[in-house]
Each structure stands twice: as C-alpha cells, then as structure tokens.
Ligand binder design. Sequence first.
Ligand SMILES: Cc1ncc(COP(=O)(O)O)c(C=O)c1O
Length: 410
Amino acid sequence: MKLPIYMDNAATSPCDPRVVEAMLPYFTEKFGNAGSRNHSFGWAAEEAIDIARNQIASLIGANSKEIIFTSGATEANNLAIKGAAEMYAKKPAGETGRGHIITAQHEHKAVLDPVHRLKKMGFDVTLIAPGEDGVIYASMVEKELREDTILVSIMWANNEIGTINEIPKIGKLCKARNIIVHTDATQWVGKMPTDVERDNIDLLSMSAHKIYGPKGVGALYVRRRRPRVRLVAQLEGGGQERGYRSGTHNITGIVGLGKAAELCSQEMDQEGARLVKLRKKLEDTLESRLEVSQVNGHRDRRLPHLTNISFGFVEGEGLMMAVKDIACSSGSACTSASLEPSYVLKALGIGDELAHSSLRLSLGRFTKEEEVDYAIDNIMTGVEKLRTMSPLYDMHKEGIDISQIEWAAH
Ligand SMILES: Cc1ncc(COP(=O)(O)O)c(C=O)c1O
C-alpha cells in the first residue's frame, strides 16, 4: 500500500484520469477563446462550453442557461450573496436597514465573510446556531424570517462534519414567502442526487475540485424561471456569462468540470453506496474499540464519504503526528493553518479540548477498503499510545469524573 493514505477528499479530490483526458485537447489544438466569434477555434471552444453547461445542468436538474461559470465555489458564493443582496436591497447604499439575511454560524468562510461584509454595508444579519447534531432544520430558519428578509443562505452539507441540512424544506418555506434561497452545495453536489427545480433552490454554488475535477473552476446556478433571479455582477469587463461574470472562459477547467459532473451523474449511486459502507466501518470500529470517542454531528443525516471523530484524552497535535501516514484534516482545510479550535465544532457545543483532538476523515472515489483498514489500525494504535501518556486518562480509568475536579490555581 502506498503511504500516506489520502483521506482528505473534502479538502480536495484528485482529478479523475477521464477528466484529465477530456481536458487535454483544450490546452493545445483546441485552445480557442469562446469569445472569438469569427473563426473555428472560437466556435470549438464555445461548443465545448455548451457541452459542459449541459453536463452540469443535468447533474443538478437545471436548464443549461442557468449555469454561470466561476473560478470556484468561493467566487460562486460571493456572486450569489453579494449579487443578490445588492440587487434586492430595500434601501440604497449608505443607509442602514437595507434588508435581512439569514445564514448559519458553521457555514464555510466563503459564505460567512461575504455576509459579514454585507453587514458592514447596512444589511441585517442573523446567524443561526446549530444544535449539537449540527443540522439546520427548516423550523430554525422559519423562526428567524422577517418581513424584510431578502436572502437565506444555508449550505446543503457541512464541509467539516458532513451533516446534511433540511434544504428542500427550507426551499419550500422561502418560496412561499418570495425569499431568495442560496445553498453552498460544494460538498453535496456530485455525491447526492440534486434537483434545484423540485427543491425550490434559487442559487446554488459548486466546485470542480471536490468532485474529481480540476481546481480553480466552479459554477453558480442562477434560477431563470419562477422566479427569474437577478444578481448584480461582482466582476465587470467583457460581459461573458450573460454579464454575470466577465473574464475569458477557463476552457480547460470548464471542460473538466463538465466531464466531472457527467461522471458523477453516471456513478454517484454505486459510488455513494460503496462509500457509506466504508465510512460506517471506519466510524463503527473506531467508536466501539476506542472508549471516549464520538462521531460529531448527526449520526444519519450525513454525506456518504465524510466523518469527523473526536478522541478524548489525546492532545490534538500529538494525534496529528501519530496519524501522519493518513492525510486527513484536524478541522476544515481552509482554517487548519491556525491553531484555533474549529469554529464548526465549537458551534455544535464541543469543548476546545475535544475539538482539538478531532479528525476529519473524508473518503473518495479512489479510496480502497484496505486503506480504511490501515487507517483504523493506525488511529487506534496512535490514540492508545497517546493515552498511555495522559494522567487525565489514568484518572478517568480510576473512575474520577474529570469535569468535577476543582484544579488549584497557583
Ligand atoms: C462548503 C464549501 N464551500 C466553499 C468552498 C470553497 O471552494 P473553492 O475552493 O472552489 O473556492 C469549500 C472548499 O473548501 C467548501 O467546502
């Protein structure tokens, strides 16, 4: 077996060789600019983009005209949130009370930061706190709705804990009140069946590199009918993508995203079933063999491939060292550069110690069962070894309730 084992597919996934193969001609012989309307190089690029648009639309139940290509989910989120807020603002820039926006505390920073900026620009913001299962239910959103609510942005599935929010119900709720619904579906699309029409989604963000496509390309779905959603462009220039996103098309990336989407449409069902089995093996074995360990977030409402497990009585950095043969994450890949405990786990009410000693393990298309077995052994050995060095674990074994101890401060 080749080490280290890759178990960080929620951070990014390898490109599927079939995706790379589809992309290759567009670096060399088919390198045209889709904006070149008067020669065959341009036409070939335009045709390739049309094909990709259809492949993506069919993955999420949209019309191809509703797909806007971006540089990834971060840009798609920014365009959706800032673009909708500006378009549907109730008062002009410079005033307060411009409209109310709802999101959740444990969203990705690519949603939270645009929302924070809008708050500074005069919008009111509600951040819903999840319960300990991490799920945002429609009832939680319903409680926060106001007369002036213009936008609800709730991710479909969480990138750190893999929990699935009640998006179809949230869509229905907002549709009935003419409120725009955006969902950051970066971790969901391509893994689970998606139908924006049935589920009343107005705006949906996705990214190629989470679904075995290349990095630096993504898409935003923008509803065109019932209702026709409009956005204020955040990048201006050549007017590509119906004026929503100027800039020469990243043709290789777009072809890659399209092919990746097509493969997901074809293989999602078998792939999901296989990954659920592997993930459950990982979770059940570790939880049953290692005491004081817990799977974070709702046990059933979760993505097939992603788990997040905390191990009591081990020190976080020690744990990462102990499992260095497994490429995984101790929090979101986007925030693990800092040593802050994960804000996602904190939002679920998980204490700092336990948050630090958690691992996010995300399996993928190329994960083999023997790798999962290796990871189980490796994590068990690592945790057990670290616990032999923990005086607190000794006390726990003696039956002392650590939480009741009053430590003397000198
Ligand atoms: C839920 C979620 N949203 C947005 C992003 C950002 O995606 P991208 O890297 O395509 O900008 C990520 C990736 O980490 C993610 O997991």
